[in-house]
Design a protein around this ligand. Structure first.
Ligand code: C5P
Length: 224
């Protein structure tokens, strides 16, 4: 499979989602929102009453979840469908993010999701958004981007995002939660959050979205 792939990895609130969408619009490529897979899995496990220690059941769920995604240009978001029904904002809450990172530490769950994620590599190309897109899932990607920003900046962005959706949150609690989730994502033994070798690293703390996008776009065009 030679279809081009651009990977965008980084911590929560680094602006990955927004940049992935801008690229998707410009190139007319779909997005793999891998975080949404972990979020849906965490939610489905919770609803089915499967504990995070029950690895066999979690792996089964990871392999068999009837999950599909649509990149909706109008909504600025990848919409997840479970069994043909839109999952909605239930996966976008902070609690869902925490649940996602709890199932994401399990190596067996990650490997069960590997093939599913690689299936997204199709013509004309793919923008893959996550934590390990450039390191593990698409190590041969044409362009690899790693976005970061200070924890404070990221908490503020998350706060505003949630507010826009009408989901209430406390900035202070979000900052704590972001730090906790980062710590878990960075220190796990399998596929920890680190920039891929040779990745183009952008710290967006003091940059506007337009500035980040133009740097990322220029880099990507050189690589494709
Ligand atoms: O990107 P998002 O915040 O939606 O991801 C939710 C959680 O899913 C992350 O905190 C991380 O634990 C997990 N995740 C992952 N690998 C990915 C994408 C997300 O472990 N490629």
């Amino acid at each position: 499979n030679n279809s081009p792939v651009i990977t965008i990895d980084g911590p929560s609130g680094s602006g990955k989602g927004t940049i992935a969408f801008r690229l998707a619009q410009k190139l007319e490529w779909p997005i793999l929102d891998s975080g949404a897979i972990y979020r849906v899995l965490g939610l489905a496990a919770h609803q089915a009453g499967i504990a995070s220690t029950n690895i066999n059941e979690l792996v089964k769920l990871a392999r068999d979840l009837p999950l599909t995604f649509v990149t909706e240009q109008s909504s600025d978001e990848v919409v997840a469908y479970l069994d043909g029904e839109p999952v909605g904002d239930a996966i976008r809450t902070d609690e869902a993010g925490q649940r996602a990172s709890e199932v994401a530490v399990i190596p067996e769950v990650r490997s069960a999701l590997l093939a599913r994620q690689r299936d997204f590599q199709q013509p004309p190309g793919l923008i893959a958004d996550g934590r390990d897109m450039g390191t593990v899932v698409f190590p041969d990607a044409d362009a690899k981007i790693f976005l970061t920003a200070s924890a404070e900046t990221r908490a503020e962005r998350r706060f505003n995002q949630l507010k826009q959706k009408g989901i209430s949150a406390s900035l202070c609690a979000l900052l704590e939660s972001i730090k906790e989730r980062d710590e878990r994502d960075r220190t796990r033994t399998v596929a920890p959050l680190v920039p891929a070798a040779g990745a183009f690293v952008v710290d967006s703390s003091t940059l506007s979205i337009d500035e980040v996008f133009s740097q990322v776009y220029e880099y990507s065009m050189k690589k494709l």
